[in-house]
Design a binder for this molecule. Sequence first.
Ligand code: AMP
Length: 192
Amino acid sequence: MPLISTGDILRQAIAEETRLGLAAKADVEAGRLVADDTVLGLIETRVGRPDAAKGFLLDGFPRTVAQADGLETIMRTGGGHRLDHAVNLVVSEAIVVNRLRDRWLCRQCGAIYNVSSKPPKATGTCDVCGGELTQRADDEPATVRARLEVYERETAPLVSYYETRGILRNVDASGPAEQVYAAIRCAVGHAS
Ligand code: AMP
């Protein structure tokens, strides 16, 4: 099942300096949301690709009620998809700020590290491909706080949106990654 991350799509467009990337750059770097129509266009194209025909995992989308409504329309009109689960990772603001402060990723292959919980074997170098590790500009604590404010205002209403639809899965995400992963599998009915 492909992982579809609107953040990854936007960061790639910014790195490649495409028209989308140039238009989205200032918003992404400041931790503001990119326009709903822009993101919905990206999702519509992406979920229409053959590898998504049997299902997909959305990451970082939808982020507003307008995006969630747009997604319902896309699912209804194209491909006959149905949303099975909306996973809500429940975690304190303090943990989020610390995790993002400590997050590093590989410029080359995108592998993600955390200097306190999952450090690379050699500082600054990717274990997987040997690429150089870097930090996201928007993971800087002041920008993370701005992103959390946007979350409270724009995205938090989606919790009741999906609760009403009966597909909300709340998962305690405060523990280590393996524990959160197991809890997510359990919440979506794939416990092993
Ligand atoms: P993420 O990688 O999900 O943390 O997203 C990084 C940034 O990309 C966000 O702070 C926004 O600026 C932008 N972005 C990602 N997904 C969306 C979305 N669904 N709607 C609007 N902006 C988004």
